[in-house]
Design a protein around this ligand. Structure first.
Ligand code: PGA
Length: 249
Protein backbone atom coordinates (compact mmCIF):
# COMPACT_ATOMS: atom_id res chain seq x y z
CA UNK A 1 0.00 0.00 0.00
CA UNK A 2 1.21 3.49 -0.82
CA UNK A 3 1.57 5.47 2.41
CA UNK A 4 1.64 9.22 1.90
CA UNK A 5 3.37 11.57 4.31
CA UNK A 6 1.91 15.00 4.96
CA UNK A 7 4.40 17.22 6.79
CA UNK A 8 3.42 20.58 8.29
CA UNK A 9 6.20 23.15 8.68
CA UNK A 10 4.83 25.79 11.03
CA UNK A 11 7.96 27.97 10.69
CA UNK A 12 7.92 30.83 13.25
CA UNK A 13 4.27 30.42 14.23
CA UNK A 14 2.25 28.75 17.01
CA UNK A 15 3.60 28.86 20.56
CA UNK A 16 2.97 26.06 23.08
CA UNK A 17 -0.64 27.01 23.86
CA UNK A 18 -1.43 27.48 20.18
CA UNK A 19 0.19 24.12 19.42
CA UNK A 20 -1.98 22.30 21.97
CA UNK A 21 -5.14 23.92 20.61
CA UNK A 22 -4.07 23.24 17.03
CA UNK A 23 -3.50 19.51 17.58
CA UNK A 24 -6.78 19.19 19.46
CA UNK A 25 -8.70 20.78 16.58
CA UNK A 26 -6.77 18.77 14.00
CA UNK A 27 -7.52 15.51 15.77
CA UNK A 28 -11.22 16.38 15.98
CA UNK A 29 -11.33 17.14 12.24
CA UNK A 30 -9.05 14.50 10.81
CA UNK A 31 -10.37 10.98 10.28
CA UNK A 32 -7.35 8.75 10.65
CA UNK A 33 -6.43 6.76 7.56
CA UNK A 34 -3.96 3.90 7.36
CA UNK A 35 -2.60 5.14 4.04
CA UNK A 36 -1.19 8.39 5.42
CA UNK A 37 1.06 9.77 8.12
CA UNK A 38 1.06 13.33 9.40
CA UNK A 39 4.16 15.03 10.76
CA UNK A 40 4.29 18.42 12.48
CA UNK A 41 7.33 20.68 12.68
CA UNK A 42 6.57 23.32 15.34
CA UNK A 43 9.04 25.98 16.46
CA UNK A 44 11.44 24.59 19.10
CA UNK A 45 9.50 26.06 22.04
CA UNK A 46 6.36 24.14 21.00
CA UNK A 47 7.89 20.74 20.24
CA UNK A 48 7.10 19.32 23.66
CA UNK A 49 3.51 20.58 23.71
CA UNK A 50 2.84 19.21 20.22
CA UNK A 51 4.57 15.90 20.98
CA UNK A 52 2.45 15.41 24.11
CA UNK A 53 -0.69 16.24 22.16
CA UNK A 54 -0.03 13.50 19.55
CA UNK A 55 1.60 10.98 21.83
CA UNK A 56 -0.63 7.92 21.62
CA UNK A 57 -1.11 8.17 17.85
CA UNK A 58 1.31 6.16 15.72
CA UNK A 59 0.27 7.99 12.54
CA UNK A 60 1.18 11.41 13.96
CA UNK A 61 4.72 12.56 14.70
CA UNK A 62 6.49 15.74 15.74
CA UNK A 63 9.88 16.96 14.54
CA UNK A 64 12.27 19.88 14.99
CA UNK A 65 12.61 22.57 12.30
CA UNK A 66 16.36 22.73 12.81
CA UNK A 67 19.05 21.30 15.05
CA UNK A 68 22.64 22.23 15.76
CA UNK A 69 25.21 19.51 15.14
CA UNK A 70 26.98 19.55 18.51
CA UNK A 71 25.23 17.33 21.07
CA UNK A 72 25.74 19.81 23.94
CA UNK A 73 27.89 22.69 25.12
CA UNK A 74 28.26 26.46 25.10
CA UNK A 75 26.17 27.27 22.00
CA UNK A 76 23.75 29.92 23.18
CA UNK A 77 20.41 29.81 21.43
CA UNK A 78 21.00 26.49 19.69
CA UNK A 79 19.04 23.25 20.13
CA UNK A 80 20.87 19.94 19.75
CA UNK A 81 19.41 16.72 18.38
CA UNK A 82 19.44 15.01 21.83
CA UNK A 83 17.61 18.04 23.33
CA UNK A 84 15.00 17.95 20.56
CA UNK A 85 14.61 14.20 21.12
CA UNK A 86 14.11 14.73 24.84
CA UNK A 87 11.35 17.28 24.08
CA UNK A 88 9.55 14.63 22.01
CA UNK A 89 10.86 15.21 18.48
CA UNK A 90 11.32 12.11 16.34
CA UNK A 91 12.48 13.85 13.15
CA UNK A 92 14.35 17.01 12.15
CA UNK A 93 14.25 19.19 9.06
CA UNK A 94 17.74 19.84 7.76
CA UNK A 95 18.73 22.45 5.19
CA UNK A 96 15.33 24.04 4.73
CA UNK A 97 15.52 26.79 2.13
CA UNK A 98 15.07 29.47 4.79
CA UNK A 99 17.95 28.01 6.80
CA UNK A 100 20.11 28.09 3.70
CA UNK A 101 19.06 31.47 2.31
CA UNK A 102 18.14 33.52 5.39
CA UNK A 103 20.66 32.05 7.83
CA UNK A 104 23.46 31.16 5.42
CA UNK A 105 23.53 27.44 6.08
CA UNK A 106 25.99 25.59 3.83
CA UNK A 107 26.06 22.07 2.42
CA UNK A 108 28.73 21.25 5.00
CA UNK A 109 26.39 22.44 7.77
CA UNK A 110 23.67 20.15 6.42
CA UNK A 111 26.10 17.22 6.41
CA UNK A 112 26.86 17.77 10.09
CA UNK A 113 23.20 18.21 10.98
CA UNK A 114 22.13 15.03 9.17
CA UNK A 115 24.86 13.13 11.01
CA UNK A 116 23.79 14.64 14.35
CA UNK A 117 20.14 13.76 13.75
CA UNK A 118 21.04 10.17 12.87
CA UNK A 119 23.33 9.84 15.89
CA UNK A 120 20.49 10.92 18.17
CA UNK A 121 17.94 8.63 16.50
CA UNK A 122 15.96 11.40 14.77
CA UNK A 123 14.81 10.94 11.18
CA UNK A 124 16.51 13.64 9.10
CA UNK A 125 14.26 15.22 6.46
CA UNK A 126 16.79 16.88 4.19
CA UNK A 127 15.41 19.74 2.09
CA UNK A 128 16.92 20.49 -1.31
CA UNK A 129 15.92 22.79 -4.15
CA UNK A 130 17.11 25.32 -6.67
CA UNK A 131 16.58 29.09 -6.85
CA UNK A 132 14.77 30.66 -9.79
CA UNK A 133 18.07 31.88 -11.28
CA UNK A 134 19.50 28.36 -11.03
CA UNK A 135 16.40 26.92 -12.65
CA UNK A 136 16.41 29.48 -15.46
CA UNK A 137 20.07 28.67 -16.10
CA UNK A 138 19.15 24.97 -16.46
CA UNK A 139 21.00 23.99 -13.28
CA UNK A 140 18.16 22.42 -11.31
CA UNK A 141 19.47 18.86 -11.28
CA UNK A 142 23.08 19.93 -10.74
CA UNK A 143 22.09 21.99 -7.69
CA UNK A 144 19.93 19.25 -6.22
CA UNK A 145 22.62 16.62 -6.71
CA UNK A 146 25.24 18.95 -5.18
CA UNK A 147 23.01 19.42 -2.11
CA UNK A 148 22.39 15.67 -1.82
CA UNK A 149 26.08 14.88 -2.17
CA UNK A 150 27.07 17.63 0.27
CA UNK A 151 24.80 16.30 2.99
CA UNK A 152 24.70 12.56 2.37
CA UNK A 153 27.66 11.22 0.41
CA UNK A 154 29.50 9.87 3.46
CA UNK A 155 26.56 7.64 4.51
CA UNK A 156 26.39 3.94 3.70
CA UNK A 157 23.23 2.35 2.24
CA UNK A 158 21.56 1.21 5.48
CA UNK A 159 22.16 4.63 7.06
CA UNK A 160 20.95 6.44 3.96
CA UNK A 161 17.76 4.41 4.16
CA UNK A 162 16.94 6.28 7.37
CA UNK A 163 17.01 9.68 5.62
CA UNK A 164 14.00 11.28 3.91
CA UNK A 165 14.33 14.07 1.34
CA UNK A 166 12.03 16.96 0.46
CA UNK A 167 12.38 18.62 -2.92
CA UNK A 168 11.37 22.25 -2.45
CA UNK A 169 12.22 24.60 -5.30
CA UNK A 170 13.09 27.92 -3.62
CA UNK A 171 11.00 29.89 -6.12
CA UNK A 172 7.91 27.89 -5.12
CA UNK A 173 8.12 28.41 -1.36
CA UNK A 174 5.53 30.86 -0.09
CA UNK A 175 5.04 32.35 -3.55
CA UNK A 176 1.84 30.70 -4.73
CA UNK A 177 3.76 29.19 -7.68
CA UNK A 178 4.52 25.52 -7.71
CA UNK A 179 6.22 23.05 -9.95
CA UNK A 180 3.90 21.07 -12.19
CA UNK A 181 3.44 17.48 -11.00
CA UNK A 182 5.42 16.43 -14.07
CA UNK A 183 8.35 18.77 -13.34
CA UNK A 184 8.40 17.74 -9.69
CA UNK A 185 8.34 14.06 -10.69
CA UNK A 186 11.33 14.56 -12.99
CA UNK A 187 13.42 15.89 -10.12
CA UNK A 188 12.07 13.26 -7.71
CA UNK A 189 13.13 10.52 -10.10
CA UNK A 190 16.70 11.89 -10.08
CA UNK A 191 16.74 12.18 -6.30
CA UNK A 192 15.45 8.64 -5.89
CA UNK A 193 17.98 7.31 -8.40
CA UNK A 194 20.80 9.12 -6.54
CA UNK A 195 19.70 7.63 -3.21
CA UNK A 196 19.14 4.14 -4.62
CA UNK A 197 22.48 4.25 -6.39
CA UNK A 198 24.12 4.64 -2.97
CA UNK A 199 22.24 1.75 -1.44
CA UNK A 200 19.15 3.41 0.06
CA UNK A 201 16.16 1.07 0.09
CA UNK A 202 12.71 2.57 -0.47
CA UNK A 203 13.80 6.22 -0.21
CA UNK A 204 11.01 8.66 0.66
CA UNK A 205 10.89 11.88 -1.37
CA UNK A 206 8.40 14.64 -0.57
CA UNK A 207 7.51 17.74 -2.57
CA UNK A 208 7.14 21.21 -1.07
CA UNK A 209 6.43 24.75 -2.19
CA UNK A 210 2.98 26.40 -2.20
CA UNK A 211 1.13 23.13 -1.76
CA UNK A 212 -2.49 23.79 -0.77
CA UNK A 213 -5.87 22.05 -0.54
CA UNK A 214 -6.56 22.88 -4.20
CA UNK A 215 -3.39 21.53 -5.79
CA UNK A 216 -2.46 18.66 -3.44
CA UNK A 217 -4.55 15.97 -5.14
CA UNK A 218 -3.00 16.68 -8.52
CA UNK A 219 0.49 16.62 -7.02
CA UNK A 220 0.18 13.39 -5.04
CA UNK A 221 -1.56 11.69 -7.98
CA UNK A 222 1.99 11.64 -9.35
CA UNK A 223 3.45 8.45 -7.88
CA UNK A 224 6.97 9.84 -7.69
CA UNK A 225 5.72 11.98 -4.79
CA UNK A 226 5.64 10.17 -1.45
CA UNK A 227 3.98 13.12 0.20
CA UNK A 228 4.22 16.86 0.70
CA UNK A 229 5.92 19.38 3.00
CA UNK A 230 3.62 22.32 3.55
CA UNK A 231 4.17 25.73 5.17
CA UNK A 232 1.43 28.36 4.85
CA UNK A 233 -1.44 25.94 4.20
CA UNK A 234 -0.61 23.94 7.33
CA UNK A 235 -1.11 26.78 9.81
CA UNK A 236 -4.86 26.45 10.18
CA UNK A 237 -5.70 23.06 11.76
CA UNK A 238 -9.06 22.72 10.02
CA UNK A 239 -7.61 23.57 6.63
CA UNK A 240 -4.71 21.21 7.26
CA UNK A 241 -7.06 18.35 8.23
CA UNK A 242 -8.95 18.97 4.99
CA UNK A 243 -5.73 19.06 2.96
CA UNK A 244 -4.47 15.79 4.44
CA UNK A 245 -7.78 14.14 3.67
CA UNK A 246 -8.05 15.48 0.15
CA UNK A 247 -4.84 13.94 -1.18
CA UNK A 248 -5.60 10.86 -3.26
CA UNK A 249 -3.52 7.75 -2.74
P1 PGA B 1 4.92 26.95 1.69
O1 PGA B 1 6.26 26.49 2.46
O2 PGA B 1 3.99 25.76 1.67
O3 PGA B 1 4.37 28.08 2.51
O4 PGA B 1 5.33 27.36 0.31
C1 PGA B 1 6.79 25.21 2.27
C2 PGA B 1 8.05 25.07 3.09
O5 PGA B 1 8.78 26.05 3.22
O6 PGA B 1 8.35 23.99 3.64
Amino acid sequence: MRRLLFAANWKMHLGPDDARGYVKTFRARYNRRDDREVWFFPPAVSVEAAALAVRERTDLLVGAQDIYWEPKGAFTGAVSAPLALQAGARAALVGHSERRHVFGETDEDTRRKVAAALAAGLVPLLCVGETLAERDAGHTLAVVVRQLAGALSSLDGPTLSRVSVAYEPVWAIGTGRNATPHDAATVHREIRAWLRGRGASAPRVLYGGSVNAKNVAELVAEHELDGVLVGGASLDPEGWAQLVQSGVA
